[in-house]
Ligand binder design. Structure first.
Ligand code: FES
Length: 516
C-alpha cells in the first residue's frame, strides 16, 4: 500500500483499486473559528485528494471523531458526489454518524470497538475510545502484506499489549506527539509554573509515544495529528513557546533517537508518500519545515491568512455582551438539568466575558443552580473568561462546548490549582452528553479492581482504573518514584498513598509486604 501524508492527522492510503482517506483536513478556513490552521499549510492538496478518490473503484473515508481538525465538514461536502463509503466509530452518545449523513453521504457505516470491514483491497479495523471526556478512535489498515496503525490523537496507550497480542504486529505507527487541549495554554499560571506544566506535559506525550513504539515494535513511526498552528494575532505566541506543548516533529524525533527506539522516525510533510511494500519514502511535499525556518514560515503564513482570520473572528459591542451573558446563564442552567452526580460535588464555577469584567455566571455545582454574581470568592473556584463573540457563536449553535475550549481564546483561573474531572466535563460536554459522562466517571471510580505495580523496587497495590478517565493503570510505568498513567500522564505518588500530582484524586496505594 501507498500512504500519502495529507498534513495534520490526514492520510490517503491506496492499494490496487482502493483509496481510503483518513481525517482529511485541507480547508483554508482552518478549524475552531480561525484558531487552528494546518502546519505546514496543506491547502494545495485538496484538489489532488479529490482527484485520487475520484479515480478509485473502491472509495472510502474514515473520520476518527468530531473535532473539526479531523471532521472537516467543508471539505467532506465536496466528496459527497463521489458516493464514498464513510466509516465512523459508534459512540455511546449517538449522533456522529448522523452528522456525516447530514452532509449528504448515503453510505455511512458505524463501527463498534474492534469491528472489522473489508474495504476493496484493504481490511480495516477500528479501535474506539469512548471515555468520559474523550471520544475518539484509531484505525488499523491491513493490505495483506503490511499493517498501518493510525492512532491519530486517540490515546489508547493502555491497549497496546492487547492490540499486538490479539491482532498481530504493526509495521507502521502514526500517532500524535503534541498537545491539543486548553491546559495549560489558557490557564493563568505564573511564568515559571506555566513552563513547568508545559514541559511536563510535553515530555509525558513523548514518553507515551516511546512506550507505544516499544510495545508495538513497528519499523516506521510517522509523527502526526499535530501540532496545529495558530495564526490569530492573539494566539500567535503559542507557536513559539520553548518547551511548550506544541513541539515539532524534529523534537519528538530527537527524543526518540536519544531513547534508541528501533523504529525509523520519519519527519513527514504534506504530500510525502510511503511505499509500504518497498519500505521506501518519496519526498514530495513542497515545504520541508526545518527548525530554522519554522518561525519565519509561521509569521509569513499568518500574514497570508490575516484576512481569513479577521473574517472568522467577530467583535461584539458591550451592549450586546450583556445579552450574551444572559444567554450564557440560560445555557449553563440547562446543562445543570442534565448534571446530577450521585455524591455531592461542592464546587463553584464562575463563567464570564472579557467585555464585562465585573459580572459572572456563578454555577454552584453542589446546589445545582446558576445565578449572576459580581465578585469572585477568595478560594475554592474555577473562573473561565471568554470573548463575547465566541460565546455568541456557541449560543447560536455554530460551535459546540468542546469547540469553544479548543479555540484557546479562554482565560482560566483555578484556585487551588487542582483538576476535577466532573467540573471539566461539565464545561466541555454538550447538555445531552452530561448524564452519560457522569455515569461513566462514577462507574470507573467505583470499580474495586486492584493491581500490583512496582515503584523503586517496592510492590504496591493500587486501583486499576485511573481516576482521570478510567485508563488501565496496570499498563502504566514508573518514573522518578511515581506511577504514571499511560493515557494522559497523570502521576501518582505511591509512597504517599497514591495521591495524584494535579488533583485530589488517589489510586489508594498500599505497600505490599514481602509475604504478600
Ligand atoms: S486516564 Fe487520563 S491520565 Fe489516566
Amino acid at each position: 500500500m501507498f500512504i500519502e501524508y495529507l498534513g495534520h492527522a490526514g492520510f490517503t492510503v491506496s492499494q490496487g483499486s482502493t483509496v481510503l482517506l483518513i481525517d482529511p483536513w485541507p480547508s483554508p478556513s482552518g478549524a475552531f473559528d480561525g484558531a487552528w490552521f494546518q502546519l505546514p499549510c496543506n491547502h494545495h492538496l485538496a484538489s489532488a485528494t479529490i482527484a485520487q478518490l475520484t479515480g478509485a473503484r473502491h472509495r472510502h473515508i474514515y473520520v476518527s471523531h468530531e473535532h473539526q481538525d479531523h471532521f472537516d465538514a467543508a471539505f467532506l461536502t465536496r466528496l459527497v458526489p463521489l458516493q464514498p463509503t464513510v466509516l465512523v466509530p459508534r459512540f455511546r452518545v449517538a449522533g456522529f454518524g448522523d452528522a456525516l449523513r447530514s452532509l449528504g453521504f448515503e453510505q455511512v457505516v458505524e463501527l463498534a470497538d474492534e469491528d472489522m470491514v473489508e474495504a476493496g483491497d484493504l481490511r480495516l479495523r477500528l479501535f474506539v475510545d469512548d471515555g468520559a471526556l474523550n471520544r475518539d478512535s484509531a484505525i488499523l489498515v491491513d493490505d495483506g502484506q503490511s499493517r498501518f496503525l493510525d492512532l491519530n490523537d486517540c490515546k489508547i496507550y493502555d491497549r497496546m499489549h492487547h492490540i499486538r497480542e490479539r491482532f498481530g504486529p504493526v509495521d507502521i505507527l502514526a500517532c500524535q506527539f503534541s498537545g491539543a487541549s486548553w491546559h495549560p495554554v489558557c490557564y493563568e499560571y505564573p511564568e515559571a509554573a506555566y513552563r513547568h506544566v508545559s514541559r511536563r506535559k510535553r515530555l509525558g506525550k513523548f514518553r507515551s509515544v516511546g512506550e507505544a513504539l516499544a510495545l508495538l515494535g513497528p519499523r516506521r513511526y510517522f509523527p502526526s495529528a499535530g501540532p496545529a498552528c495558530f495564526l490569530d494575532p492573539d494566539l500567535l505566541a503559542l507557536n513559539f513557546e520553548e518547551e511548550g506543548i506544541f513541539p515539532s516533529s524534529a523534537d519528538i524525533a530527537t527524543f526518540l533517537r536519544k531513547g534508541a527506539v528501533a523504529a525509523e522516525v520519519d519527519e513527514i510533510m504534506p504530500g510525502d508518500v510511503f511505499d509500504a511494500a518497498l519500505d521506501c519514502f518519496t519526498v514530495r511535499g513542497p515545504v520541508r519545515l526545518t527548525e530554522v525556518m519554522r518561525r519565519p514560515y509561521i509569521e509569513d503564513y499568518a500574514r497570508r491568512m490575516a484576512t481569513t482570520v479577521e473574517r472568522l473572528k467577530r467583535t461584539c459591542p458591550p451592549a450586546t455582551a450583556a445579552e450574551i451573558l444572559d444567554g450564557l446563564l440560560v445555557a449553563l442552567a440547562e446543562k445543570l438539568q442534565h448534571f446530577a452526580p450521585s455524591s455531592s460535588l461542592a464546587h463553584d464555577l464562575y463563567v464570564g466575558l472579557f467585555e464585562l469584567p465585573d459580572r459572572f455566571v456563578h454555577v454552584d455545582l453542589g446546589r445545582r443552580c446558576a445565578v449572576m454574581a459580581s465578585a469572585l470568592p477568595e478560594d475554592g473556584f474555577d473562573r473561565v473568561l471568554l470573548p463575547a463573540w465566541q460565546v455568541e457563536r456557541l449560543l447560536d449553535g455554530a460551535i459546540g462546548w468542546a469547540d469553544l475550549t479548543l479555540t484557546f481564546r479562554a482565560r482560566i483561573r483555578r484556585v487551588p490549582d487542582q483538576y476535577n474531572t466532573l467540573v471539566n466535563g461539565f464545561i466541555v460536554a454538550e447538555p445531552h452528553e452530561l448524564a452519560d459522562l457522569v455515569a461513566r466517571v462514577e462507574a470507573f471510580r467505583s470499580s474495586v479492581e486492584r493491581v500490583v505495580v512496582e515503584v523503586d523496587g517496592a510492590p504496591y497495590e493500587i486501583n486499576r482504573s485511573c481516576p482521570h478517565q478510567g485508563a488501565d493503570l496496570s499498563y502504566g510505568w514508573e518514573d522518578a518514584g511515581h506511577w504514571v498513567c499511560p493515557r494522559h500522564g497523570w502521576r501518582f505518588d505511591l509512597e504517599s498513598g497514591g495521591r495524584c500530582h494535579m488533583s485530589p484524586d488517589t489510586v489508594h496505594a498500599l505497600r505490599v509486604d514481602a509475604e504478600g
